[in-house]
Design a protein around this ligand. Structure first.
Ligand code: IPT
Length: 952
C-alpha cells in the first residue's frame, strides 16, 4: 500500500479518472441497492494535501472524527462557512490552478452488505453530486477521482466489496480545476450533497438504454423504440406492446404534454434486471421557425429553478422537490429551466409525472472570465474540451429518457468558444430529438433558439416583429427569454406587459422568470443570511435572494402576480354588456378540466353568485358567454362589479377541486366619491384650532386628534425605502432612481411652514417641502373641512423648480398610537404597485398590521394595497378621493430603509400609516430594465383628498 498526499488531480483540467461511462439514470429496478446516505465520519483540513490517504485504510480509527450528514454540505453543518459571489471567482484567476487554502473534507462511511445481497454479480457505486472534486477509495483501494459537481459518477466496485466491514472513503476538495467551470451565481457549497448508492449489477443487467417515444400529431400514433446496451424486451401492457429492444412499434396513443402529462408504464427486461419505464410520447421540433411539440407551438410560462433549501442548501429531499413542482403547477407555471445545472434526477421524474416543460442545463458557467474580457476562457481552450464534453455527456445520458426535457442547454454565461460548439455537436449526434439552447450564442451558431436575458419590453417587441436583424440563421429562429423579470426583493414589475408581447407575437415563445426561490440561509441571529453575512472577503450581498418564493417557500407577491399574468384562461368583457368572452389560452388541453363561476359584488361584498356554463373550448378557441341578469341596482347607488373565476372541476395530482386557476373582474356601476358638506367652521383657541371632530395645533396647523384618536406627524411624504429594483444593479448605465433619489435628498425632505389660515369653513395650512441643497421643491397645501362628524383633507401639490426625477411615492403619512386589525375595500389580498397589480383583486379584505408586511429578506418598501376606496384601522375610517394606496407598519420608512435584515426591525410605539395618491413603478432593474415610463410617478401638480371618521 502506498500512501500519497499528492493532489495533482485537483488542478488537472481532465474530468477525472476511473469512473464508468455515463448512462441513463433510474431510481428503481428489481436489482438490489443500498443507500449509503446518512451519518458519515468527517475531518476537515485546510489544504488539499494536509493529510495522507491512510484514512482510507479499513483499519483507520475515525472514532474521534466529527460527523456530517450525507447528502449535505459541510459548511452548513458547522465546518467552515459558505461564500456567496455572483460571478467573481472567490480565488485568484489562474486556470487551472486553485489556492493552497483549499478546504478538504475527508468522509468515511462504514457499511455491511445486507444479508440478502447476492453473492454473485457486480456492483456499482454511484455518486449523484459532489462539489467540487472527489477522490474515492473502497476498502483501501483507490477507485478514481472526479469533477462535475451536479453530475453523476459511477464506479465498478464489485471486486472490492466484502459482506461486512466495508470502508468507503471520499476526499472532497472545495476548489478544483472544475471550479472554473462552475461559476454560477450561487453559494459555493462543498460537500457530498446528493445521494450515494451502491447498486447490485446482476449478470445480464441493464446498462445504458435510450427510450425513443415520438408522437405523430397527424396520425395520432406514437412510435416506441428502446435502444439498450443489453438486449432485452420492452413491454407496455396498456398498449399491448411487447417488443425486443431496438425494435420499434407504432400504435395509437395519447401524447405527453406539460398540460396533459400522459405517461405509460412499461418495463425494460433484460436477462438480469427489470427496470420500470414511464413513457411519454411526444415530438419536439423546430418548424416554421417555431418550437413545436406534437405539431403545436408552445408558449413557455417558466421559471429558473436553482435547487435550494434554507438549511440544507442544494441537498434537496424528495418532499421539497415535489413541493416545488406542486407550487409551480398551482401557480400556472408550465416550464422550468434547470438553472444552471442538471437538478437531482428525481426532480425530472416529477416534471414527467405532473407536467412541466424542461430546459435541462449543463453544469457549466465561466462568468468570472468576463472580468478579463473573456481571455483564457476554458470554453475556448482545447485543453478543457474533454471536460466540457464529459459534462455534456453526463447530462444527456443521465436525463435522456425524460419526456419533460425538451431542450438541452449548454450552460450559462460562459461566453463563446470552440468547446461549446463541440458540446453542441456531440449532443446533436447523440440526441437529435431535442433542441439546443445557449443564451451566450447571440448569433445562434450552435443553437436552435434565439435566447436572451433581461431584454427590455421594447426590444422584445422588436424581436417579435422580426426587426432585430442578427445573423441569417437567427432571423429564422424563435425567441425565448431564458431569464427575465428579476424577482429580487419587491417585484418584478412589468410582467403583464411582457406577457402581452409574448401572446401577441408568434415568434416570442415566452420566458423564464429569474428566479424560483431566494437562496437565504437560515441564521440564528439574522433570520435569513445572504452574501457577506459569513464574513466573506468578496460577496454580492442579497443578490442571492431574488426568487418568487421566500427561502422557506412561502410565495411572495411576485409569484401571485406571475400566476395571474400567465393564467391559462382569458376573460374579456365589460360589465354592462352582459357577456364575457372566454379564451382558452392553453396550447394542448381543452377547458373540460375547469368549472366556471360568477359572482356579483356590491361595495365589494358578494350579493349573488352561481356557476357559468362554458363550453369545453379547444386550445386557443374562445366563446362569448352570457352573464346572468345583474341583480337590481343598489338603492344607495353603490359600486358594483362582476367577478368570474375558472376553478378546477375535480381534484388533480397537483391541486384540489375548486382551486382557482384564473379570474377577472368587470366593473358595472362606478364608485361615488365621498362627499362632505363643509358645514362646520374652524374655531381658534389659545393653542388649539378645532374643526368638527378634529383638533389642530394652532401655531403649526398640525393635526392632533380626530375624536378620541390621537394622530401625530401627518404630513406629505414622498420617500420609500428603496427596493432592490429602485437601487438597480451596479452595472446598469441607464438611470437608476434609488441612488438618484438619495443623492437629491428625497429621504430628508424639509417641511417649511408658510401659513396657518382659518377662513370660512376651511383650515388651510401652506407649506413647502424640499430637500437641503437643492432649489426644487413641492408647494404643498393642506385644506381641512368638516360636516361636524367627518373630517376632509385635501392636499394640493405643485412642483417647483426643475424636477429631474420621478417621485418614489406621493401621499401623506401619519402615526397612530395603536392599530392592529385592518379592514379595507380595494385591492387585495396582497401587495401591489403600479406595475405589479394584476393579481390585486377588488373586494373587502381584512388583515392585521403585522400581516400586511411582506418579509423581503432585505427589508425595503413593501406591503402597499392598491385601489383602496376605504380602510379602517386604529379607530379611524379613511375614504379616498380618488382611490389610494394603503400602507401601515410598526416602524418608520427611515427604520425600514436602514434595516439590513428583518431582525433589525422592532415594533415601536406607533403604527405608521401611508395613504398614497401615487407610487412609482417597480420594474426589474436589480438586473434588467427599470419600470416602463407609463409607471413613472412624475412630479406634476396633483390634488387628492381623504375623509376621516372616528369609528369608535
Ligand atoms: C444572470 C445569470 O445568468 C443568473 O445566474 C443570475 O446571476 C442573474 O443574472 C441575476 O440574478 S447574468 C446577468 C447579470 C446578465
Amino acid at each position: 500500500m502506498s500512501f500519497r498526499t499528492t493532489a495533482d488531480y485537483v488542478e488537472d483540467v481532465s474530468p477525472g479518472g476511473g469512473a464508468l461511462p455515463p448512462r441513463a439514470w433510474y431510481a428503481a429496478s428489481d436489482a438490489k441497492s443500498l443507500s449509503l446516505n446518512g451519518s458519515w465520519r468527517f475531518r476537515l483540513s485546510a489544504t488539499a494535501d494536509a493529510e495522507d490517504d491512510t484514512f482510507a485504510e479499513p483499519g483507520h480509527d475515525t472514532g474521534d472524527w466529527a460527523e456530517v450528514t450525507v447528502p449535505g454540505h459541510w459548511v452548513l453543518q458547522g465546518h467552515g462557512a459558505p461564500i456567496y459571489t455572483n460571478h467573481l471567482y472567490p480565488f485568484p484567476v489562474d486556470p487551472p490552478r486553485v489556492p493552497t487554502e483549499n478546504p478538504t473534507g475527508d468522509h468515511v462511511r462504514h457499511f455491511d452488505l445486507p444479508a440478502d445481497w447476492p453473492a454473485d454479480g457486480a456492483a456499482v457505486l454511484r455518486f449523484d453530486g459532489v462539489e467540487s472534486c472527489a477522490r474515492v477509495w473502497l476498502n483501501g483501494t483507490d477507485i478514481g477521482e472526479f469533477k462535475g459537481s451536479r453530475l453523476p459518477h459511477e464506479f465498478a466496485v464489485g471486486h472490492l466489496l466484502r459482506p461486512a466491514g466495508n470502508v468507503l472513503a471520499v476526499r472532497v476538495h472545495q476548489w478544483s480545476a472544475g471550479s472554473y467551470l462552475e461559476d454560477q451565481d450561487q453559494w459555493w457549497l462543498p460537500g457530498i450533497f446528493r445521494d450515494v448508492t451502491l447498486l447490485h449489477r446482476p449478470a445480464g443487467c441493464v446498462l445504458d438504454f435510450f427510450v425513443h417515444a415520438s408522437y405523430d400529431h397527424v396520425s395520432g400514433e406514437g412510435t416506441l423504440r428502446v435502444d439498450s446496451d443489453t438486449d432485452g424486451r420492452v413491454t407496455v401492457p396498456e398498449l399491448d406492446l411487447d417488443l425486443a429492444t431496438g425494435e420499434s412499434a407504432t400504435v395509437p396513443v395519447e401524447p405527453w404534454t406539460a398540460e396533459t402529462p400522459r405517461l405509460y408504464d412499461g418495463v425494460l427486461a433484460t436477462e438480469g434486471e427489470r427496470v420500470p419505464l414511464r413513457i411519454g410520447f411526444r415530438t419536439v421540433e423546430l418548424s416554421d421557425g417555431l418550437i413545436k411539440v406534437n405539431g403545436t407551438a408552445v408558449l413557455f410560462k417558466g421559471v429558473n429553478r436553482h435547487e435550494w433549501h434554507p438549511e440544507r442548501g442544494r441537498a434537496l429531499d424528495p418532499e421539497t422537490m415535489r413541493e416545488d413542482v406542486l407550487l409551480m403547477k398551482r401557480h400556472n407555471i408550465n416550464a422550468v429551466r434547470t438553472s444552471h445545472y442538471p437538478p437531482h434526477p428525481a426532480f425530472l421524474d416529477l416534471c414527467d409525472e405532473l407536467g412541466l416543460w424542461v430546459i435541462d442545463e449543463c453544469d457549466l458557467e465561466t462568468h468570472g472570465f468576463t472580468e478579463q474580457g473573456w481571455r483564457d476562457n476554458p470554453v475556448d481552450d482545447d485543453r478543457w474540451t474533454p471536460a466540457l464534453l464529459d459534462r455534456a455527456a453526463r447530462m444527456v445520458e443521465r436525463d435522456k429518457n425524460h419526456p419533460s426535457v425538451v431542450m438541452w442547454s449548454l450552460g450559462n454565461e460562459a461566453g463563446t468558444g470552440r468547446g461549446l460548439t463541440a458540446m453542441a455537436e456531440w449532443i446533436r449526434g447523440r440526441d437529435a430529438s431535442r433542441l439546443i439552447h445557449y443564451e451566450g450564442d447571440l448569433d445562434c451558431r450552435d443553437t436552435d433558439v434565439y435566447s436572451r436575458m433581461y431584454a427590455a419590453h421594447a426590444e422584445v417587441e422588436r424581436i417579435g416583429r422580426g426587426l432585430d436583424g442578427g445573423t441569417h440563421k437567427r432571423r429564422a429562429l424563435p425567441f425565448i427569454q431564458c431569464e427575465y423579470a428579476h424577482a429580487m426583493g419587491n417585484g418584478p414589475g412589468g410582467l403583464a406587459d411582457y406577457q402581452r408581447l409574448f401572446e401577441a407575437y408568434e415568434r416570442l415563445q415566452g420566458g423564464f422568470v429569474w428566479e424560483w426561490i431566494d437562496h437565504g440561509i437560515r441564521h440564528p441571529e439574522l433570520g435569513y443570511a445572504y452574501g457577506g453575512d459569513f464574513g466573506e472577503e468578496l460577496h454580492d450581498g442579497n443578490f442571492v435572494c431574488d426568487g418568487l418564493l421566500f427561502p422557506d417557500r412561502t410565495p411572495s407577491p411576485g409569484l401571485a402576480e406571475y400566476k395571474k399574468v400567465i393564467e391559462p384562461v382569458g376573460f374579456d368583457g365589460d360589465g354592462d354588456g352582459g357577456t364575457v368572452r372566454i379564451t382558452n389560452k392553453q396550447d394542448f388541453a381543452d377547458l373540460s378540466a375547469l368549472a366556471f363561476e360568477w359572482s356579483y359584488q356590491v361595495e365589494g361584498e358578494t350579493a349573488e353568485s352561481g356557476s357559468l356554463a362554458v363550453p369545453p373550448l379547444a386550445p386557443r378557441a374562445s366563446a362569448e358567454v352570457k352573464l346572468p341578469e345583474p341583480p337590481a341596482p343598489h338603492p344607495d347607488g353603490g359600486e358594483t362589479q362582476w367577478t368570474v373565476r375558472a376553478v378546477l372541476a375535480a381534484d388533480t395530482a397537483w391541486a384540489p377541486r375548486g382551486h382557482v386557476v384564473a379570474w377577472s373582474q368587470f366593473p358595472v356601476t362606478a364608485r361615488q366619491a365621498p362627499a362632505v358638506a363643509a358645514t362646520a367652521r374652524p374655531v381658534r383657541g389659545a393653542d388649539r384650532i378645532t374643526l368638527g371632530p378634529a383638533a389642530f395645533d394652532a401655531r403649526t396647523g398640525a393635526l392632533l386628534s380626530i375624536g378620541a384618536v390621537a394622530v401625530r406627524d401627518l404630513r406629505l411624504d414622498v420617500w420609500r425605502a428603496p427596493t432592490d429594483n429602485d437601487d438597480g444593479a451596479s452595472w446598469q448605465d441607464d438611470v437608476r432612481h434609488g441612488p438618484l433619489w438619495r443623492r437629491l435628498g428625497l429621504h430628508r425632505m424639509r417641511h417649511r411652514l408658510d401659513a396657518v389660515e382659518t377662513a370660512g369653513d376651511t383650515l388651510t395650512v401652506r407649506t413647502r417641502v424640499a430637500p437641503a441643497a437643492w432649489e426644487f421643491g413641492l408647494a404643498t397645501v393642506y385644506r381641512w373641512t368638516s360636516d361636524g362628524t367627518r373630517l376632509k383633507l385635501t392636499v394640493s401639490v405643485v412642483p417647483e423648480g426643475d424636477w429631474t426625477v420621478p417621485l418614489p411615492r406621493l401621499g401623506v403619512r401619519f402615526a397612530l398610537s395603536a392599530a392592529d386589525e385592518v379592514r379595507w375595500f380595494g385591492g387585495g389580498p396582497g401587495e401591489a404597485y403600479p406595475d405589479t397589480r394584476a393579481a390585486s383583486m377588488t373586494g373587502r379584505w381584512r388583515s392585521t398590521v403585522d400581516a400586511l408586511q411582506t418579509p423581503y429578506v432585505r427589508p425595503q418598501e413593501n406591503g402597499a394595497r392598491a385601489g383602496v376606496r376605504w380602510a379602517e384601522l386604529g379607530g379611524l375610517r379613511v375614504e379616498g378621493d380618488p382611490e389610494f394606496w394603503l400602507t401601515a407598519r410598526r416602524w418608520t420608512t427611515e427604520q425600514l430603509d436602514a434595516a439590513r435584515h428583518l431582525t433589525d426591525l422592532a415594533p415601536g410605539d406607533a403604527v405608521w400609516v401611508n395613504l398614497d395618491h401615487g407610487q412609482h413603478g417597480i420594474g426589474s432593474q436589480s438586473c434588467g430594465p427599470g419600470p416602463l415610463p407609463g409607471y413613472f410617478l412624475r412630479a406634476e401638480p396633483a390634488e387628492f383628498s381623504f375623509v376621516f371618521t372616528e369609528t369608535g
